[in-house]
Design a protein around this ligand. Sequence first.
Ligand SMILES: Cc1cc2nc3c(=O)[nH]c(=O)nc-3n(C[C@H](O)[C@H](O)[C@H](O)COP(=O)(O)OP(=O)(O)OC[C@H]3O[C@@H](n4cnc5c(N)ncnc54)[C@H](O)[C@@H]3O)c2cc1C
Length: 472
Amino acid sequence: MAESVMDNKKSVSEGGNRRRWAVFFAMTVLIIALSAASTAAPKISLFGKFNTLCSCSQQQWRAQKYTGIVEDCCCNYETANLLNEEVLYPSLQELVKTPFFRYFKVKLWCDCPFWPDDGMCKLRDCSVCECPDNEFPELFKRPFRRGLPSDAPKCQEGKPEATVDRTLDHRAFRGWKVTDNPWTNDDETDNAEMTYVNLQLNPERYTGYTGPSARRIWDAVYSESLSTDPSEELCQEERLLYKLISGLHSSISIHIAADYLLNEDTNSWGENLTLMYDRVLRYPERVGNLYFTYLFVLRAVTKTARYLEQAEYDIGNPTEDLKAHSLIKQLLYNPKLQAACPLPFDEAKLWKGQRGPELKQKTQEQFRNISALMDCVGCEKCRLWGKLQVLGLGTALKILFSDNGEDKIFRTLQRNEAIALINLLNRLSESVKFVHEKGAALERTMEQQSGFFPIANVLLAKVWPFSSSLLR
Ligand SMILES: Cc1cc2nc3c(=O)[nH]c(=O)nc-3n(C[C@H](O)[C@H](O)[C@H](O)COP(=O)(O)OP(=O)(O)OC[C@H]3O[C@@H](n4cnc5c(N)ncnc54)[C@H](O)[C@@H]3O)c2cc1C
């Protein structure tokens, strides 16, 4: 009897346990289903209200996240993407490979005017590599044959003792002037410490430059570009520098992520999409600023069309010279570009108010300080691309905002400025292409990944006390 009562109790208790486990199991399945549903399509709030977005319209929303006019510009995202894909990206990719556009003159060994150099670069890839003799344009070599040491005609990147004869510059690029750019800190007319770098051999990619040194540069650059309180409403002129720098920063981050050292032991390189999402895509403002900078620089390039078309691309190789010239014309006078986005950015609207001249002067000083900060970048390759792109921005600013009259500006455009401008546009074009092609899918994936666990956690937190009480 006692045994049967015990058996009875045991079977009642086992039956109860089975029920509790079944309830717990059902709850768990429900949580997983709800979490998956919430990330897949319709948003279901915990309070039972359905978000009106259906799966399809949500996808549309994502695809059209960057739509309409790019803020402060005269061209929309859709046109910018289309033109980039069909016209600018293919032409620029070819153009930057030509000898004229791939050799950049730069002062790499510089003293930081603000604080001691604290180079934090971890990788060999941080340093700029030498370019082989056979890569160098013949015309560069000629003056050396007339008296200079015979081992001189090579790129001297990374070697402070190597210098480039200034007569070289004039001979190689007849018709290009050497004048100082008022927007930048470096004296572009001073060839003394300049070296030539083959940009094709020094791609902008992950270098391992990180930590307090890099952070200090960016912090200083942003505090210079936004001297006003960011909470205040800013006019377009006051936003200009911040947007240009932020767009450039997005582009640098995209290039780091697109060519990342995935495994140092095996030296394998590839895309780091998580990094791209974390640094750029999850912030729509940074993506918007990338498009802004792209259109701003594009406007500067199209504004100089007449001059760039007539300039000499003579590096001593008639085939290459012709190629550079015809690619430039192809790019500048592309009918699609002229029809779809004739004025990517309207510079005539700026500096008009009473404070216009004063604001312009202030902006120029701020930009000169930003350009001086590039001498503090503690990684040679980052400094190379930082200097090139800041000179490219300075050239765009000079083209769009000089008071000297168009002819004078164009006549004082330097070869190195044209190289910086075109290479900067190419970098931005690569970044825009990357964002356009991979951005939406990447955002979806990342949001799904991060969406599942928080929702599951919230549900577990709500359901767990109840279900665990059932288990007791
Ligand atoms: C001029 C320069 C060139 C560089 N070039 C290279 C390179 O070629 N290769 C390389 O590996 N590293 C390069 N670096 C370093 C790289 O940019 C980062 O600083 C580094 O990878 C560390 O990144 P982080 O995650 O700390 O964020 P960082 O990119 O250093 O950003 C610092 C802070 O700036 C803000 N921020 C970031 N992006 C934006 C944006 N688009 N708009 C507005 N605010 C933003 C955020 O608050 C962020 O926390 C360069 C640095 C500088 C200053």
